[in-house]
Ligand binder design. Sequence first.
Ligand code: CXF
Ligand code: ZN
Length: 526
Amino acid sequence: MNADVAAIVRDRGSSPLLERVSVAAPRAGEVLVRVLATGVCHTDLVAIDGGVGYPFPAVFGHEGSGIVEAVGEGVSRVRPGDRVVLSFASCGACTTCREGHPAYCERFAALNHRPESDAIVVAATGEPVSTAFMRQSSWATRVIAHESNTVPVAGDVPAVVAAPLGCGVLTGAGTVLNVLAPAPGSGILVLGSGAVGLSAVMAAKASGCRDIIAVDPLPARRRLALDVGATVAIPPELVAETIATVGAVRHVLDTVGTQESTDAAIAALAPHGTIATVALRPGSNRISVPQGRLLWGRTIRGVIEGDAVVERDIPRLVDLWRAGALPVEKIVTVYPLDAIGQAIDDTRAGRTVKAVLLTPDGGEEAPGAASPLALLDQLRERRFGDDDLARLWRTLPPVEPAQLRGRWRGWAVTRGHRAERMLERSGWYGKHFHTDDDVDPIIVRTRDGDLVADESFSRGGASLWRVERDGVLTAAMVYDALPIIDSFTRLSEDAVFGVMGGKGTADAGRDFYFVLERDADGDPSP
Ligand code: CXF
Ligand code: ZN
């Protein structure tokens, strides 16, 4: 078995680094889980920034999915070999737990936010590390969870889909299904189209809402919101105008939690309607509401983790996913665990909605995904169908235009596409990005073996931009004289996955995918 590693945050605000660790055996009530995939949630970022009071060094991560390796005394919910999702822990014995609302467990903080220091230690030195974040600290290859936050799921759910069911998706979809419970035909306003908001949109659609108004300042997120079921997607400044057109709504889910979003929510809310506020913000985050508007039967209430009962609701989310009603894969971007720093940067910058980290074991389950080299080989062998290529492109991380500087060797992935034949005929070698404004979109090898820019096909040069495609805001090459855009996601430091878009680029409805590999001899900078 491979040695265990964990992504350890050494100091407040710093990027996690993978370190070799030793993991303890499970004690009574505990479960040892081999992690396949684990998400990045906004709460992890708050914790990295010191907002949860975890002493450093610490391991965060609270959307784990994996396989049970061993159970401690008295554990009956799961057995070794079970596929599981890790969520939040609860005591099961306090009044709110017994009333069926474990997300408000009297011991929530004690069980989920009390650091332990003996579950994992740094392998080389025995140095203790704070773990048990949300009773899992799942940014690691193996972790100790508790029976109460470990939920068995069927083996057909990909680990990258299962992981975010543990928190982000549970919070958004759970709040709609368990708390707002919109009647078919009703209206809902969802403020913020991150992972929580988009999951809420999916659940609202599944509940038969008629008007689903998604709000986000980022155009890429609004596009995604429309893709997963929003009927309208608008920037925050258009909320009042939109509500004036469609009418006040009975349901609001506020994932933002500012005074501004609260004002927008209460202004949009119909009498007897409910606002669910779910954002975690630093400090007590005081907000005020106009009492006169509340009077008319309006409710504003906080919701943690979708008010879920994890063993009831996570299987329910799996059923919705299987029925196509919770397309979690549309919001997921997959990173290998060792790219966690990049995943966090992309999440903070809003380039990625739900980053999911794949451990090496997770990569074996989803071949290639955790190992760029294996993935490149599979692309070279053309093992993927058209749908797989589209899914793969969308779930890879975005590329910054600056990362493309230099010369790249290109090769076609989509079989039998018109573009492949054209490129072959032209003797295509690759592309050369001198600067963002100076790009040779097609370089070819001449008979003498020289590499030259060929403008017979491209009719000029091209430039680099950040453009959104399929919900991914990423580097794209726009031809100067053709209505064609090549968009790129990241296979590795030295390889990107391209797709050709724009007028007339599809061949019988099929998009053209290709790979660019960095050319070691190419001029690396302008
Ligand atoms: C959080 C919300 C605030 C309390 C702890 C759990 N949810 C998700 O990350
Ligand atoms: Zn979370």
